[in-house]
Write a protein of this length. Structure first.
Length: 201
């Protein structure tokens, strides 16, 4: 009797995994949040860390553990992702200005980063939510796009005359957008990939 119940439980577990794979949803991302609550606490509710330490912890988390990061991402709030975006854009702007010996580049890259991310959030949310019936809110969409700008930390890297960092930044930003938007909007995997790639053109 016990063996029979055990087998039934295993079959249900396998069926759930298969169902998630077939539907192309984000159950694997959501399971990360359930299995690693300490990760969420360290990244979003750190104790005894200053602003710089908190920023570096979040940047490292989104770049190296994007699935866990976006699974643990709080549902609401504008200030924290906005500050993260400002810090990332400021660092990128400073390095661009320093590398090209042009102080004006700091202001242009900084404000362009803020403007494009803010407007992009509205457009992406409209397409995902209004057009495809996604479940995410505007603030959640903004949070995903803002934290995805962690790639600006290496976007400035040049190898000779080739902007290697810029190319890698674009590609990895698309991946981060896919992971994050999949989590908040909960659309089919193929639809999410198509929308992310389509809106990047």
């Amino acid at each position: 009797m016990v063996d029979s119940e055990k087998e039934t439980g295993e079959e249900k577990s396998e069926a759930q995994i298969v169902k998630g794979d077939v539907n192309g949803d984000v159950k694997d991302v959501e399971r990360d949040a359930d299995l690693d609550e300490d990760f969420a606490g360290e990244v979003f509710r750190p104790e005894g860390k200053n602003i710089f330490q908190k920023y570096t912890a979040q940047a490292a988390a989104v770049l190296f553990h994007p699935k866990k990061f976006f699974a643990a991402l709080p549902a609401d709030g504008w200030a924290e992702p906005a500050l993260f975006l400002c810090a990332s854009a400021a660092i990128y702007g400073f390095l661009q200005a320093l590398g090209h010996s042009n102080p004006l580049l700091f202001f242009s890259t900084f404000f362009n980063g803020l403007l494009y991310t803010s407007l992009g959030s509205v457009i992406v949310w409209s397409v995902f939510n209004k057009g495809c019936k996604g479940q995410g809110s505007l603030s959640q969409t903004f949070r995903v796009l803002a934290y995805s700008k962690a790639t600006l930390l290496f976007a400035w890297v040049m190898v000779g005359h080739m902007a290697i960092g810029g190319y890698l930044s674009v590609v990895y930003t698309l991946y981060l957008n896919y992971v994050g938007l999949s989590k908040v909007h909960k659309l089919n995997r193929r639809i999410t990939i198509g929308l992310v790639l389509g809106m990047s053109l």
